[in-house]
Write a protein that binds this ligand. Structure first.
Ligand SMILES: *Cc1c(COP(=O)(O)O)cnc(C)c1O
Length: 419
């Protein structure tokens, strides 16, 4: 179906199950993303810009649609981890600045420049490569560059001296433009703020040196979701919001303010009702044995969808608003759950795999706790084969979007916003 003028596919469908296709589906409420973005923007105030972090396919939610919703909610810029993630968003017609946060391979520079991406620079050698590529391509505008300062994360970034040298080199070049200087916090969700404050001082020291040399750092940014939620001290000119944008908490230490709400649920249906008798076993390895006559149902989701095998005999799903425990092992494509006593189920009934307690389902955060991980890993692990459906302005969009479609072949023509 062709997109409408807003770039969104048509609406007008009442129920998710009116739509054809695989019965295991992720449903993403873009209105929640718009509202969460606007709420976070309200927290930091009008003088601080918001960069929506949509790496890893928009934390599994679908980068293109999340990017649209975040821009609608007030995000000025977007950030991703890789060049391919960025070009997929450009191919969808979004014109907002996109910063590639991670290190890239020299072979990707040309593609990045052709798609008007902002690059994170940490070495003068790499900066030289970017400059030469820009020269060779005769680009009409200088390349947007952000210098990343390693202030204690000891991951990607440049030590203070090196960061100053890269910033000097960028600002001295006609082909490059220093659009930002930033750092990333290692411990913004820790019980005490000491290390975050120390990292901010490291960034401030670099900014002072640039100021002394008359170098304009562009937009300064440091705060991730945890820092945004905890303090107004680290806002600088822009904040980078990831997990909070999706309505999920960065950690147990940093609770989410109630207006932020999760956008994602995963829904499936009963594909078979299974009658079990005393002694019957379920699934591989026969790890669940029924002790009485009971019913179980087959749900067509498995670890290849991101429904982790560690949930075997541990997780639960929502069935008519109550908890239905996983029986036995989660397999690659299928999971069996027990029907709670006195509940009547039929083939085709909805099963909420991830949702809210109102559905009887675990939240993303519940699953993260069960699996001894963080909500980030749960949503980033939703497989490409789970089709994503979207709610936009209260209506269900009538087409599924592939969860993780490979980026289209790079287009060299500049793309403008579809709306
Ligand atoms: C992922 C990432 C973020 C967003 O972090 P959240 O905790 O999800 O808000 C911000 N900055 C950088 C450099 C990142 O890699």
């Amino acid at each position: 179906m062709p997109p409408t003028r807003s770039g969104m596919p048509p609406t007008g469908v009442r129920s998710l199950w009116e739509l054809p296709g695989r019965p295991t589906r992720a449903l993403i409420d873009l209105d929640a993303i718009v509202a969460n973005t606007a709420y976070l923007q309200g927290m930091v105030g009008p003088r601080t810009a918001l960069m929506a972090v949509v790496k890893a396919n928009g934390y599994g939610h679908g980068a293109e649609m999340i990017a649209r919703a975040a821009v609608t909610g007030g995000a000025e810029q977007l950030a991703v981890a890789t060049v391919d993630e960025a070009t997929a968003i450009r191919a969808a017609g979004l014109a907002a600045p996109i910063l590639v946060l991670g290190p890239i391979h020299p072979s990707e520079i040309e593609k990045a420049l052709r798609h008007d991406l902002s690059l994170t620079l940490c070495s003068t050698t790499f900066t030289g490569l970017v400059e030469r590529t820009a020269e060779r391509l005769y680009l009409s505008a200088p390349v947007s560059c952000h210098v990343k300062v390693d202030t204690g994360m000891h991951r990607f970034g440049a030590e203070a001296d090196q960061a100053v040298a890269v910033a000097e080199r960028v600002s001295a070049s006609r082909r490059l433009r220093l659009d930002g200087v930033f750092t990333h916090f290692a411990d913004a969700d820790a019980p005490d703020e000491d290390f975050t404050a120390q990292q901010a001082s490291g960034l401030d020291a670099v900014l002072r040196r640039l100021h002394q040399q008359g170098i304009d750092p562009g937009t300064v940014h440091a705060a991730n979701s945890a820092a945004i939620l905890r303090s107004r001290r680290y806002d600088y000119g822009m904040v980078r919001a990831g997990i909070a944008l999706y309505g999920l908490p960065p950690s147990d230490v940093v609770p989410l303010p109630p207006p932020l709400r999760p956008a994602l649920s995963i829904r499936s249906t009963v594909s078979r009702v299974i009658d079990l008798g005393p002694g019957d076993s379920v699934g591989y390895g026969r790890t669940y044995h029924s002790t009485t006559r009971e019913q179980a149902v087959l749900v067509p989701i498995g670890y290849a969808d991101g429904y982790r095998r560690d949930l075997s005999s541990l997780g639960w799903m929502g069935m008519h608003g109550v908890r239905a425990p996983v029986a036995g092992r989660v397999s690659m494509d299928q999971t069996v759950v027990r029907v709670p006593t006195n509940l009547r189920v039929r083939g085709g009934d909805e099963i909420v795999v991830v949702g809210s307690s109102v559905d009887g389902a675990p939240t993303t955060t519940d699953l993260a706790r069960l699996l001894n991980t963080i909500p980030y890993e749960i949503v980033a692990g939703i497989a490409a084969r789970v089709p994503r459906y979207y709610i936009w302005r209260g209506e269900l969009l009538s087409t599924a979007r592939p969860g993780n479609a490979p980026p289209r072949v790079a287009s060299t023509t500049p793309l403008t916003d579809a709306s």
